[in-house]
Ligand binder design. Sequence first.
Ligand code: 8X3
Length: 248
Amino acid sequence: MIVFITGASAGFGAAMARTFVKNGHQVVLAARRKDRLEALAAELGESALPIAMDVTDKASIEEALSMLPQSWRQIDVLINNAGLALNTKPAHEVPLADWNTMIDTNVKGLVTMTHALLPSMVERGSGLVINLGSVAGHYPYPGGNVYGATKAFVEQFTLNLRADLVGTGVRATNLAPGLCGGTEFSNVRLKGDDAAAAKVYEGTQPLTAEDIAATAYWIATLPPHVNVNLIELMPTCQGFSPFNIKRA
Ligand code: 8X3
């Protein structure tokens, strides 16, 4: 299989790249950070092709796709992994720029990548789009505001893709993880406050990027007649909050 992974320079993306390559597949590593991509590509060998690109920039996506060598053009699996959370403050305290950055990447970037690669999958009668959702798209929590809303978009977009793709042979999945450690997710969300980021995982045994990679690999290697619409994972130590009722 040829697998195209966005946000491949670290975290889930890098773990997924390692898993697919280890199992004999070719992986296009797409991300903004060229040096990180090249280091990962050097580790993975010739089954990995690094491409520097920004999912929030349509021209950069088009240029990257146009530069793919002929033998790398039939993308079997698109993993829309690039995404981020910014801020844990309540909605009325978050800068609008943070909201827009999340919408640009998690929503518009994911949609633009899908729009670019879906027609060729439909033409070939096979393919798979795995979108990285989140438990934050299923359950509200304080400080989740626009991040959770972008992941709810991912959920509904994926299901609507399924509705349109029935009969085409192309599959779509929303892979929605909960608390996951060992990635830069919380460092980015908390804007470089690494002590606060570490605290998010204190005393927990969170999911790992390898758990997510194993799940993506399982989804991608199921027989072609099986479509996982949605899969939600949490670490065993995570659960649901009770409703929050302000009493007088
Ligand atoms: C991130 C998962 O639990 O931090 O997508 O909201 S959580």
